[in-house]
Ligand binder design. Structure first.
Ligand SMILES: NC(=O)c1ccc[n+]([C@@H]2O[C@H](COP(=O)([O-])OP(=O)(O)OC[C@H]3O[C@@H](n4cnc5c(N)ncnc54)[C@H](O)[C@@H]3O)[C@@H](O)[C@H]2O)c1
Ligand SMILES: [Zn+2]
Length: 358
């Protein structure tokens, strides 16, 4: 079993991210020294894989964006209270990114902050959401608008749990994997290219290798900037376009990682045009997206999801203005000049934008 250890600079907290087939059994070890442990769990995951901890109070929830609401947060906090959790207790989030985001936020608020252990069960959550300490719920005015930074006590990425992911959820995770690989550089990208067939077969060993590689890349970035004031924003590669797509399509209509995939292709074209990035990186990105079963252009996305009426150039241009990471009226982009060479805070001209969003 392999493990990756992450320590956060500028903070006393150090936590380990453990990756491996069967590693979620380690959750038991996290009970030591705790007065109480409670689990916030995705109902679908417990139905497929059984409860994470026998005997521990468990709140089963329906995963999805509708969980990340004030109401969902209230229920999670009430559950902490009803379970008698204290500052010496542990809350475990057992599910995909929506359960992890909600569990992390509830833990950061309950009694002004208790520990949370993340046991992510989707590929997206293992390679991205569970590491780095960002938590959030959505507001009616936008996604992830209310949240905190709350580093977990630990993260257990059990790749055995990923075998039950449906195709859409697996591909969505692969979108973030490809993003992370471009940020990581040539070696990570080559590894993902080599293992894509096994990943599509949900081979736990290949999944473990990829999750570990991605966690290492994310750890490297997060370590240098745990509150997202600077370098951490490289993780938003492809995301300005992706958020515009999600906004124009209506949240939930396109899985996040699928939108990220198209965003990566658009970002690659934009970098060729503005940064003189080599066409080879664009080709590599598009080929990998294609092999992962992800749409590699707006055209392909519109067709695959029947969204020609929603993903119009005007709606997408409007969506760019809603991206919370950019300034009003002037969306900011993160682009790759080459493998592992990512630049942030870029603005693109209106002519190029209309061409890309056509
Ligand atoms: N905090 C961060 O840094 C961060 C980063 C990226 C994304 N996110 C958030 O993550 C969320 C998306 O995460 P997600 O895609 O995991 O969503 P999700 O939690 O909604 O899970 C997606 C679907 O997969 C199902 N599922 C989960 N585990 C499964 C398993 N092992 N087998 C079969 N089905 C399973 C769920 O029931 C759900 O239907 C978004 O809300 C996003 O904002 C957060
Ligand atoms: Zn993302």
């Amino acid at each position: 079993m392999s493990s990756v250890s992450i320590s956060l600079t500028g903070e006393s907290r150090r936590y380990d991210v453990l990756v491996g087939a069967g590693i979620s059994a380690d959750a038991r070890g996290h009970q030591h020294g705790r007065d109480r442990v409670a689990v916030l769990a995705d109902r679908r995951v417990t139905a497929l894989h059984g409860p994470l901890l026998d005997g521990a109070p468990t709140l089963e929830v329906e995963a999805g964006e509708s969980l990340k609401t004030m109401d969902g947060l209230g229920r999670a906090l009430e559950f902490c209270a009803a379970s008698g959790l204290s500052r010496r207790s542990l809350l475990i989030a057992y599910g995909g990114g929506t359960v992890g985001d909600l569990g992390g936020l509830a833990a950061s608020l309950f009694k002004r902050g208790i520990d949370v252990l993340q046991v992510p069960t989707t590929l997206l959550a293992q390679v991205d959401a569970s590491v780095g300490g960002k938590t959030a719920i959505n507001l009616p005015s936008g996604k992830n608008l209310a949240g905190t930074f709350h580093q977990p006590a630990g993260v257990l990425c059990d790749t055995n749990l990923l075998v039950t992911l449906d195709d859409a959820e697996l591909s969505s995770g692969l979108g973030e994997v490809i993003k992370t690989a471009i940020i990581g550089g040539d070696e990570t990208l080559t590894l993902v290219e080599r293992l894509t067939p096994q990943l599509l077969d949900r081979d736990p060993a290949a999944l473990a290798e990829i999750v570990e590689a991605c966690v290492r890349v994310k750890a490297r970035v997060v370590l240098s900037d745990h509150e997202e004031r600077g370098p951490r924003r490289v993780l938003n590669l492809g995301h300005t376009f992706a958020h515009a797509i999600e906004h124009a399509a209506g949240f939930g209509a396109v899985p996040h990682g699928v939108a990220v995939g198209v965003g990566l292709a658009l970002a690659a074209h934009a970098s060729e045009r503005t940064l003189g990035a080599p066409g080879s990186l664009t080709e590599r990105t598009v080929r990998l997206l294609d092999r992962a079963g992800l749409p590699c252009s707006l055209e392909a996305l519109r067709e695959a999801y029947g969204l020609a009426g929603q993903l119009t150039p005007a709606a997408l241009r409007d969506g760019l203005n809603h991206d919370k990471k950019g300034q009003v009226g002037a969306p900011e982009f993160v682009l790759a000049r080459g493998e592992g060479d990512v630049i942030m805070g870029l603005h693109l001209g209106e002519d190029l934008l209309s061409e890309l969003l056509a």
